[in-house]
Ligand binder design. Sequence first.
Ligand code: LMR
Length: 400
Amino acid sequence: VFANIVRAPEDPILGVTVAYNKDPSPNKLNLGVGAYRTEEGKPLVLNVVRRAEQMLVNDKSRVKEYLPIVGLADFNKLSAKLIFGADSPAIQENRVTTVQCLSGTGSLRVGAEFLARHYHEHTIYIPLPTWGNHPKVFTLAGLSVKTYRYYNPATRGLDFEGVLDDLNAAPSGAIVLLHACAHNPTGVDPTLEQWEQIRQLMRSKGLLPFFDSAYQGFASGSLDADAQSVRIFVADGGECVVAQSYAKNMGLYGERVGALSIVCRSADVASRVESQLKLVIRPMYSNPPIHGASIVATILKDSNMSHEWTVELKAMADRIISMRQQLFDALQAKDTPGDWSHIVKQIGMFTFTGLNAEQVAFMTREYHIYMTSDGRISMAGLSSGTVPHLADAIHAAVTT
Ligand code: LMR
């Protein structure tokens, strides 16, 4: 009965790792998926995470019962505080409902399913370009996806006029997907002044902000600074939807730990929203896993551990920034044709190089460097030892 099934293509991002794993070359380099590596090219488990895990293991009172449908209560409260700020009026007024979900993707999906069932407007505007999974998540949830201009390839920066024009032309009430910080794949964010203009425009048109916050702490190294975009929207008292992930900032990739928050106008509305979120979650995966959320809650509720986390997070962010400088310097030293200053200007985990699909294919074929075909490089996968190899490959790709 399954004989006619057609083979599906690999995922454009995770499929890069599949191809990388098959390559026997000792020089191969995976700059595809956004996953942090140490200077030695190894995955990193943060010390504070190890410590939290040890505490959880030692606590014999802990059991493996089901969590509630909405997840671990402490985790939800602490996650809301992390993104909205400890003194957020929305939290104090109980206008926020937060549910634990399966990392960023799961939070986006639950949020989108909820909106498709309960929100009057089914069109979501996503930036062009955006993370490859966004359109799939929203379409399968039943929303209709349109794009707004975001990135200007000529300046390798923000097309701010394009953002404003396209959002201005969107129908009133439409949902707008915004990357809270460290836009993936471009590494280009609006300034705070530009965010404020976007907020004014969106509020005047009644557009609903749906933030994807996958890199809090990775853009600037400061958790508060990276949440400013979200906080200015919440400060005006209006509604807001936020998906949070702890994959990158706590290195909890495989634990699938994230949260969806919906900021409402009143505590009563928030509690009704939560009751409907439970109806979305229960038939999908019943309730979320306990381990990753317990790690996060253990860290966030202890001020020493929270501080230790911010130090380790800053170290990851700083290493990425230093990789940007080293790659830029290496290309300068080789006199590689073109302006490569965007490598140091862009922020977060990725550089959107401007290399085209053919050049990427060339670098994979000749240099065993794996990256997404849109020319995105995960700077978090690079180290001082591999920068020269990448610089050689880029130089060859643009000169051959
Ligand atoms: C990425 O963009 O590389 C990450 O968000 C990982 C993923 O799931 O695609």
